[in-house]
Structure formats: structure tokens, C-alpha cells
Design a protein around this ligand. Structure first.
Ligand code: NDP
Length: 255
């Protein structure tokens, strides 16, 4: 059975928005998708708001992932909508990249900003939504580890793989981004061990190099193709995928 209740961060554009769109197109769409974004009333959010207007199972929730107060307010709103049910899948998708960050140019401001968004945000989100993920795991205790039970998905990148640095570093230094996503990978691995007893699958996911504002127009993958693969991967994640980095086609990427 497909997962019933999702929360995704950064849904006003890029991969997050396409995830909402394609989850809705599944033969068995989720009962609830909490599509979060920083500013629901901004004109930038029009496409997501239109999706929510047409699909009552999409609930748009304001959320700045680096702000603990904003996260807490989102938890309270989501709890009201869940009405006693648990949350099956939390996708920490929101992220930023500073392409110009190199060994020469990187500074404190660059590193702290990127780390805050790409690591601290996902950490705070997981802590805040943990009770709701645990609830979903308990409601589905007979099911094996996976998204139909309870899962924490951290959207990471191949660029965070330490083993793969030599082949890609000169092409795309993005130093602060690489370091932050390597830390996110470590966080995911720790979460997978720490939350195993709670029945929550924790996996880092590389969406491919995708044509979004972050990926740029020269990326080989359209957002539709990447997300098509991601949705299939999500539906098939199991215990063997706990605490690893997988790509949009389900291949394991070395740390
Ligand atoms: P986009 O730049 O298109 O979208 C990023 C999203 O994250 C936006 O919705 C943005 O909101 C949101 N966001 C950023 N910071 C915050 C924050 N502090 N609080 C809430 N929302 C925030 O990027 P993509 O869709 O391409 O990227 C999504 C994820 O995929 C990222 O984690 C990225 O690292 C990862 N990824 C992407 C790749 C690619 O090639 N595109 C490759 C590998 C990984 P707002 O509009 O308000 O800024």
C-alpha cells in the first residue's frame, strides 16, 4: 500500500513542487500531503496554491526550516489536520547551494548559512516531527520498514559523497554545499541507527543533477524525470536502504 501522509519542505518550486504534483498523480494518491514553503502568500507560490485549491488532500503550511519557532507552529498545524493520525513520510527537501564557494573564496558567512539550511534545518525538522513519525510507525507496526510505515528522507547529493570527490571536484567545487551535504549524510546515518528501534526508515536521497533553479539549465535531467524516479524509489525503499545514500534510480552511492 502506498504511503498515506507526507510532509515535504520547499514545495513552492523545483523538486519539492514536482514531488507534490507527481504524488497526486499516483493511482493511489496520499490521503494528505503537507506541502510546506516559506511564504504561502507570495506570488511565487501560485502553482502550489492552485494545486492545493484543486486537491483537498494538499495542505499548504508556512515553514522556514531554519527557524525553530516556525517549525513548532507547523507541527501544531499539521497535528490539527492529522486529527490523531501519524505522519508516514517526512521529506527534508529544502536546501541551498553557493556555486561560487571554493577553497579560496569560502568564508564563515557562506559556510554557516549553507550548514544552517542544509543540516541544522533537517535536524530540527526530524526532532520536531519525530512524535508524529513514531505514531505512524506504531499504527503500521505489522508492516516492514519503509515509507508505508514511517520514513525520514533527507534530500542530499552526490556532491556530498567523500569517495566521489576526486572525479567531480574541479567540475563543481561548491565547497560549502559539499561539506554541508556530507554532514547531512552523517546525520542520516546516525538517525537510521538511533530511530531503528522506533521503526523509522532514514535514508539520504540524491535526486540526480536536475534542471531547477539550484541545478541550473545545463543539468541533464528534467525535474519530471528525476521526480518520476524518486517516487518509484520511495515506494520501494526497505530495510536494506536504511542509513545509506541512494539516487533517483535506486542505486547506492558510496559515502
Ligand atoms: P530549488 O532551488 O529549485 O528549490 C529549493 C527549495 O528549497 C525552494 O522551495 C526554497 O524556498 C526552499 N528553501 C531553501 N531554504 C529554505 C529554508 N530555509 N526554509 C524553507 N525552505 C527553504 O532547488 P531544488 O529543487 O533543485 O533542490 C531541492 C533539494 O535537492 C535540495 O536539498 C538540493 O540540495 C537537492 N539537490 C538538487 C540537485 C539539482 O541538481 N537540482 C542535485 C542534488 C541535490 P524559497 O523559494 O523560499 O527559497
Amino acid at each position: 500500500m502506498a504511503p498515506q501522509r507526507f510532509l515535504i519542505t520547499g514545495c513552492n518550486r523545483g523538486i519539492g513542487l514536482e514531488l507534490v504534483r507527481q504524488l497526486l498523480e499516483q493511482p493511489n494518491p496520499p490521503k494528505q500531503i503537507f506541502a510546506t514553503c516559506r511564504n504561502p502568500n507570495s506570488p511565487q507560490n501560485q502553482v502550489l496554491n492552485d494545486l492545493a485549491a484543486k486537491n483537498p488532500n494538499v495542505v499548504v503550511i508556512p515553514l522556514e526550516t531554519t527557524d525553530a519557532k516556525s517549525i513548532q507552529e507547523a507541527v501544531e498545524k499539521v497535528e490539527k489536520h492529522l486529527n490523531g493520525a501519524g505522519l508516514n513520510v517526512l521529506i527534508n527537501n529544502a536546501g541551498i547551494m553557493v556555486t561560487t564557494s571554493t577553497l579560496e573564496s569560502a568564508d564563515e558567512e557562506d559556510f554557516l548559512k549553507v550548514y544552517n539550511t542544509n543540516v541544522v534545518g533537517p535536524l530540527l525538522m526530524a526532532k520536531a516531527f519525530l512524535p508524529l513519525l513514531k505514531k505512524a510507525a506504531q499504527e503500521n507496526s505489522e508492516k516492514p520498514l519503509g515509507c508505508s510505515k514511517a520514513a525520514l528522507i533527507n534530500v542530499s547529493t552526490l556532491l556530498g559523497s567523500i569517495e566521489r570527490v576526486p572525479e567531480k571536484f574541479n567540475f563543481a567545487p561548491a565547497l560549502s554545499y559539499r561539506c554541508s551535504k556530507a554532514a547531512l549524510n552523517m546525520l542520516t546515518r546516525c538517525q537510521s541507527v538511533g530511530y531503528q528501534k522506533d521503526g523509522i526508515l532514514c535514508t539520504a536521497l540524491h535526486p540526480g543533477w536536475v534542471q531547477t533553479d539550484l541545478g541550473g539549465p545545463q543539468a541533464p535531467l528534467t525535474v519530471e524525470k528525476s521526480v518520476n524516479g524518486i517516487v518509484k524509489v520511495l515506494n520501494n525503499l526497505s530495510e536494506k536502504d536504511s542509513g545509506i545514500l541512494v539516487d533517483w534510480e535506486g542505486n547506492t552511492i558510496p559515502w
